[in-house]
Design a protein around this ligand. Structure first.
Ligand code: IPE
Ligand code: IPE
Ligand code: MG
Length: 255
């Protein structure tokens, strides 16, 4: 059966409006510090509470059938925070991996780390590699942890890796295509995020997934990350469900 190109486009647009659940949701977990300060607590308490939210959200994502969850856990710019806060965050990541890894593994979660690895503390690096290794063959939710992650840094590393191949004669300049660049990024092989959620009222990407967000839907909410919960996540998913993604094409309603 032959289908005219116009009908294909119409079918795709309709499919997109019908496909209500995002495959990949990325979270900018923001507002931990403000949550703590508002309660007269040290900022670190906000991070501790934020980890509780993260646990809930991972479980919920698996339950509703999201395939990939990416979490922005520490940016390449977060090193500029006071030493005490940085080392608390490092300790929290360690504890998260040490305490939650077996449970995540049992839940069939596959862990992947994105971000720069050069100059990272060897202990943390080993822990992260072990988590990836242990869960490599799991087939459930893919949990992508953006740690020491900055999108510009990621793009620079990808550009350098491709330039080296061109310089070595392994690639021609014209082979540096969109898919070659996507394949050289830390997120190689992952679907782009369909939905990016940022809590705490800030409306910016803060150097998160700049390349991958080309056609992502954005959802900003005022809740601080420690207050975000399953109901808030469902609300974001509902909102996503009502969006019409056009990818530069025309609205299905125009046909
Ligand atoms: C997000 O919360 C967590 C990290 C950046 C690690 P913040 O620590 O940025 O909290 P606010 O934005 O200062 O409230
Ligand atoms: C983004 O939040 C990074 C993470 C959530 C890990 P920030 O709090 O660091 O971002 P800015 O500084 O407000 O842009
Ligand atoms: Mg913040």
């Amino acid at each position: 059966m032959s289908v005219s190109p116009d009908r294909d486009l119409q079918a795709q647009a309709t499919d997109d409006t019908v496909a209500k659940l995002p495959r990949h949701v990325a979270f900018i977990m923001d507002g931990n510090g403000r949550w703590a300060t508002a309660r007269g607590l040290p900022r670190t308490e906000g991070h501790r509470q934020g980890l509780e939210t993260l646990r809930k959200i991972i479980r919920h994502a698996g339950k509703v059938g999201v395939e990939v969850v990416t979490i922005y856990s520490f940016s390449s710019e977060n090193w500029s925070r006071p030493e005490t806060e940085v080392s608390f965050l490092m300790g929290l990541l360690r504890r998260f991996v040490q305490r939650d890894l077996s449970e995540l593994h049992e839940a069939n979660v596959r862990i992947r780390i994105i971000g720069g690895r050069k100059d990272l503390d060897k202990g943390i690096l080993t822990l992260l590699q072990e988590a990836e290794e242990l869960t490599r063959d799991n087939s459930g939710l893919e949990l992508v942890v953006a740690f020491n992650y900055g999108s510009r840094d990621e793009i620079v590393r990808a550009a350098q890796a491709l330039s080296e191949k061109v310089a070595a004669g392994e690639m021609r300049p014209e082979d540096v295509t969109e898919s070659a660049i996507a394949g050289a990024l830390d997120t190689s092989g992952l679907p782009d995020p369909d939905l990016i959620i940022r809590t705490s009222g800030e409306m910016r990407l803060s150097n998160f997934l700049l390349w991958q967000a080309a056609y992502s839907e954005f959802y900003f909410c005022d809740q601080l990350w420690p207050d975000f919960d399953e109901a808030a996540f469902d609300q974001a998913l509902d909102c996503f469900g009502a969006r019409e993604r056009r990818y530069g094409g025309l609205s299905a309603k125009t046909f």
